[in-house]
Design a protein around this ligand. Structure first.
Ligand code: 5GP
Ligand code: ZN
Length: 133
């Protein structure tokens, strides 16, 4: 039996506040809400993160996440939504079972901060282009 906490929620071995479920994925409220309505969407089959999840499952989950994000936005009258996923410890991943975060946004002080303001000024874009194209 898996020791993964999200596998246990997906298998109904431990309770979750489930807002959506189908044969491939399940969505439930995050236990500690970053903003009101913070929801996680996870595959039922264990995958470590976004980089490793099965393509077909990911495609399905993306559509489910879009539908749920719209539903949550309307139900809670949010002004916007952040959809994000952390892959790897350095990126902030704490539960090593792939999940999309759906984070409804209400105002600048609603509890969630994304900081795109500090930028690196020593990156060679042409060097990057050569490595990545
Ligand atoms: P990560 O940091 O891996 O991107 O996000 C993991 C999320 O899972 C966190 O936001 C955390 O609050 C949530 N979480 C951890 N354990 C549980 C749990 O047992 N139940 C629920 N509903 N959420 C959990
Ligand atoms: Zn798992």
């Amino acid at each position: 039996m898996s020791n993964c906490i999200f596998c246990k929620i997906a298998n109904h071995e431990i309770p979750g506040k489930i807002i959506y479920e189908d044969d491939k994925c399940i969505a439930f409220l995050d236990l500690s809400q970053v903003t009101n309505g913070h929801t996680l969407v996870i595959p039922k089959t264990h995958a470590a993160n976004f980089l490793e999840v099965d393509d077909e499952v990911l495609t399905h989950m993306t559509l489910v996440t879009k539908a749920l994000a719209n539903k949550i936005k309307d139900a809670l009258q949010a002004s916007g939504i952040n959809i994000l996923t952390n892959a790897g410890e350095i990126a902030g991943q704490t539960v090593m079972h792939f999940h999309f975060h759906i984070i409804p946004r209400f105002n600048e002080n609603d509890g969630f901060i994304v900081n795109f303001e500090k930028r690196l000024d020593d990156i060679d874009l042409d060097d990057l282009l050569n490595k990545l194209k």
